[in-house]
Ligand binder design. Structure first.
Ligand SMILES: [Zn+2]
Length: 102
């Protein structure tokens, strides 16, 4: 399965969050992702940067570099506190040129 492109040394991943069933799913290039209730769906376009989503949903952006660093530290036992390590995630704006919502 093809993965989204990396750009500017920073890697981001978009997820689909259905506000009807609260399912969160990763988007794939040109392969539709559908939530558990079937009301929301989305996919990356061929360029691997832009995406389209539809239904009662929002798209989420994850800062993958921060996420991978936090996972690596957890696996190495580099931190030992209950709360874990933070990484950046955000709700992508409806006006974002990278995600079109039908
Ligand atoms: Zn759903």
């Amino acid at each position: 399965m093809r993965q989204p492109k990396k750009y500017n040394e920073r890697v981001f991943m978009k997820l689909l969050l259905c506000t009807s069933c609260s399912d969160v799913k990763k988007l794939h290039i040109e392969q539709e992702t559908i939530c558990s209730c079937g009301k929301s769906k989305g996919k990356y376009l061929e360029d691997g940067l832009h995406a389209v989503i539809s239904g009662p949903c929002v798209s989420l952006g994850l800062h993958n570099t921060e996420l991978v660093a936090a996972i690596k530290k957890q696996m190495e036992g580099a931190f030992d506190f209950d709360r874990g390590l933070n990484f950046t995630a955000w709700v992508i704006s409806k006006s974002s040129p990278r995600v079109k919502q039908d």
